[in-house]
Ligand binder design. Structure first.
Ligand SMILES: Cc1cc2nc3c(=O)[nH]c(=O)nc-3n(C[C@H](O)[C@H](O)[C@H](O)COP(=O)(O)OP(=O)(O)OC[C@H]3O[C@@H](n4cnc5c(N)ncnc54)[C@H](O)[C@@H]3O)c2cc1C
Length: 415
């Protein structure tokens, strides 16, 4: 058994790796464990998604020294256009009556010229994080799977599938929705599947996208066109799980034909690049974010629908808050695995996370529905928000993530 690290982090995904790096930069010793070899996480076929990253969350990566590696691949989101569409291909037709338009120029006075957010392909983010983790000399055990954990008075003990055992004052469960650490700590979770799947593909566009993100609310679920660097876009096409599976399995020419019907012609010819991915969607919220010697982070604590691109942003905010709490506790000579310390993290993130998750859930139900009364209500709601400039600015500041009691890393400050 080895016990010379401060924090064992189960899961070296984007949330776990960001936490590891934040802790190491401030003088703590983390150990990252993941069943997937770090190199395979970087393959284009591993994760086809791109993530909309709030500008405050991007500031955190800059503060951790990742700016140079990430900036060339980060597409500024200058505008977001939201449309309630009844017909496929609506994007090419006449303007629809109900829409919302967010423009980064409207909040430039308070966002220091930042855009509404950045779009980054997950594989680029993973590559930048992996290189920084290696440069910082953080120990990574991969491939290695955590199968068991036990929490004692002075340390937590983690057992790997190959029988090795590691101990530390604190273990963080950052292994996504099927968190072994959460279960071992006896922390329950609530949630439900949405019977929807997000079909994800990257396309090259013939006309410039000009940093505009589009979201169309179609009866099967939202359809998002998210601008990427090199005039490409990431599509997140939400469909019923049955239709999504058929789309993923379709031959390229059939997929292209369905896509053109949905997408319309407003961005000119489109060409699909790389494989099509499918992600079943669900909600999962842990009942608590910590217990003695354990904290939960990222999707292990809260998995939400991608309707507003908030899942990873929540995880990054959590990583910044947890790192700040642990570093301050270490500097004050406190036991970083004690419940008193960990409860500060849970209290900081609980309200924000639960309200946002509940809001996203209500949003999904309201917008994945073709009921004419609901259509009327949401159309009126969008038109009202669109008319009222302060309401528009409120949503833009929320999307930028620079609101509320911000951890220092999200303000761009080192720990
Ligand atoms: C279609 C789609 C689009 C999305 N778009 C956005 C967006 O635009 N913006 C946004 O903010 N969010 C978005 N999200 C959400 C975002 O992708 C997730 O919230 C994010 O990936 C969660 O990161 P994580 O590190 O917490 O977990 P994960 O990415 O699930 O990583 C968990 C890690 O733990 C490892 N692991 C698993 N089991 C074990 C074990 N037993 N022991 C050790 N390690 C283990 C895994 O190998 C993995 O590396 C989207 C999600 C979907 C499905």
């Amino acid at each position: 058994m080895s016990q010379d690290v401060d924090v064992i982090i189960a899961g070296a995904g984007m949330a776990g790796a960001t936490l590891g790096l934040s802790l190491a930069r401030a003088g703590l010793t983390p150990l990252l464990i993941d069943p997937v070899a770090f190199d395979s996480q970087l393959q284009p076929t591993f994760d086809g998604r791109a993530s909309a990253i709030a500008y405050a969350a991007f500031r955190q990566w800059r503060a951790l020294g990742l700016g140079e590696a990430m900036e060339p691949h980060a597409q500024r989101i200058e505008q977001i256009l939201v449309t309630d569409a009844t017909t496929p291909g609506a994007a090419s037709g006449a303007p629809l009556p109900f829409y919302l338009r967010f423009d980064s120029g409207e909040i430039a006075d308070r966002s220091e010229g930042e855009p509404l957010g950045y779009l980054l392909e997950n594989r680029r983010t993973r590559a930048a994080l992996a290189a920084a983790v290696e440069d910082a000399g953080i120990e990574v055990l991969a491939p290695a799977r955590v199968v068991k954990a036990a929490f004692g008075a002075r340390a937590a003990e983690v057992t790997l599938a190959d029988g090795r055992v590691f101990a530390a004052p604190l273990v963080v469960g950052a292994e996504g929705r099927g968190s072994v650490i959460r279960e071992a700590a006896g922390i329950g979770a609530i949630g439900w599947p949405y019977a929807q799947t997000g079909v994800v593909a990257t396309v090259r566009l013939a006309r410039p996208h000009e940093g505009v993100a589009h979201e169309y609310f179609l009866p099967g679920g939202p359809f998002a066109i998210l601008p990427l660097t090199e005039n490409r876009a990431s599509l997140v096409w939400t469909e019923s799980t049955r239709r999504a599976e058929a789309l993923k399995a379709a031959r390229p020419e059939i997929f292209q034909a369905h896509l053109e019907r949905r997408f319309g012609e407003f961005l000119g010819d489109i060409a699909v690049e790389g494989p099509v991915f499918a992600y079943p969607l669900s909600l999962q919220l842990a009942e608590r974010f910590c217990a003695p010697r354990v904290a939960l982070l990222g999707d292990a604590a809260h998995g939400v629908h991608p309707i507003a691109g908030q899942g990873l942003n929540l995880g990054l905010k959590g990583a910044a808050a947890l790192a700040e709490v642990l570093v301050e506790a270490m500097r004050a000579g406190e036991d970083i695995g004690s419940e008193v310390v960990l409860e500060r993290y849970a209290a900081w993130r609980r309200f924000d996370t639960v309200t946002l998750s509940a809001g996203m859930d209500a949003f999904v139900r309201l917008f994945s529905n073709d009921n004419p009364l609901l259509r009327l209500a949401r159309g009126a709601g969008m038109a009202a928000v669109n008319r009222i400039a302060p309401a528009r600015r409120f949503f833009m500041h929320e999307a930028g993530g620079a609101v509320g009691d911000l951890p220092r890393l999200l303000r761009g400050e080192a720990l």
